[in-house]
Design a protein around this ligand. Structure first.
Ligand code: NDP
Length: 286
């Protein structure tokens, strides 16, 4: 194998250690950041995610509350909870776990969360601020990718970054962050012809497609930095996951590569915690 493997678990741990130190410093001044996670319905994967978010916040010394609402919750009831959390001075970050059950308007709920408490970075005001190049609360997964790159000493400036995927939660904010970091950015999607040719031009290749091991070694420029955001179940293997990149063939060609699991995944929760502390400090005027 030629590529250096990027250890997302280790880097996420370092981020969390720094956050723990900062929460302890602030706690000594009587300031405790608060995160509220809201889960509607009983989707088992979502329940695992919210529990782990709440637990991590506690471990880092933050105040953390979980609101579990039944699948029958109405738009008005969910909106009322968001309003209550918006007004709660002990809560600095609000996360409504997606996807919401059918019948609830997810975008309307994301818009209802105060931009200052929008630790998922999904509110249009924060998305707009990001594209205008301002400092703001940014979606956790792409923010985590930027931290991985920084830890590995990869400066995107002047590089050609290719992002495969244009979702609002990963592809688009990823492209905005790379652009802000002075990369030349190409965004690809399901209607892009010549995907392989474009990927092979990438100095930094970000895979956020949701297709098991689609990007094989022959999509990769020799020496490229390959970041695999994908989380895909492996058919026939319960609880086994793999990425959007075919790791074994890609690692023969790339200069650096993230594994799945253990690459981007651990960074997402770490960045949620970073966003919560950032939101709290902004609200406190720190
Ligand atoms: P979406 O399904 O919302 O978006 C997938 C994107 O990939 C779309 O823009 C789609 O194009 C594009 N795409 C699909 N098929 C192709 C193809 N054959 N060629 C080129 N582009 C294609 O997924 P998400 O962005 O939400 O997630 C992407 C992956 O990242 C998933 O595996 C998800 O599980 C994972 N993920 C991981 C996280 C983590 O913490 N590590 C967090 C969030 C997501 P089009 O727009 O044209 O349909």
């Amino acid at each position: 194998m030629a590529a250096q493997v990027i250890d997302g678990k280790l880097i996420a741990q370092q981020v969390k250690d720094e956050l723990r130190a900062e929460t302890a410093r602030l706690a000594a001044q009587g300031k405790v950041a608060g995160l509220a996670v809201v889960l509607v319905g009983d989707d088992p994967a979502s329940a695992v995610y919210v529990t782990s978010k709440e637990k991590t916040a506690r471990e880092l010394g933050m105040h953390s509350v979980q609101h579990r609402l039944p699948v029958s919750t109405t738009q008005a009831e969910l909106a009322a909870l968001v309003d209550q959390l918006n007004a709660d001075e002990h809560i600095h970050g609000i996360l409504v776990q997606s996807p919401l059950p059918a019948g609830l308007d997810q975008d309307a709920i994301f818009r209802r969360i105060l931009p200052a408490k929008d630790v998922d970075g999904f509110h249009p005001e924060n998305v707009g601020r990001l594209w205008q190049g301002h400092d703001t609360l940014v979606a956790c997964t792409p923010a985590g990718v930027m931290v991985l790159l920084a830890h590995m000493g990869v400066d995107p400036a002047g590089k050609h970054a290719v992002v495969v995927g244009r979702s609002n939660i990963v592809g688009k904010p990823m492209a905005a962050l790379l652009l802000k970091a002075n990369a030349t950015v190409t965004i690809c999607h399901s209607k892009t012809p010549n995907l392989q040719e474009i990927c092979r031009q990438a100095d930094i290749l970000i895979a956020a497609v949701g297709k098991l091991e689609m990007l094989t070694g022959d999509y990769i420029k020799p020496g490229a930095v390959v970041i695999d955001v994908g989380i895909n179940p492996v058919p026939g293997f319960k609880s086994k996951i793999r990425g959007d990149v075919h790791f074994d063939s890609a690692a023969q060609v790339a200069g650096m590569i993230t594994p799945v699991p253990g690459g981007v995944g651990p960074m997402t929760i770490a960045m949620l915690m970073a966003n919560t502390l950032k939101a709290a400090k902004a609200i406190w005027g720190e």
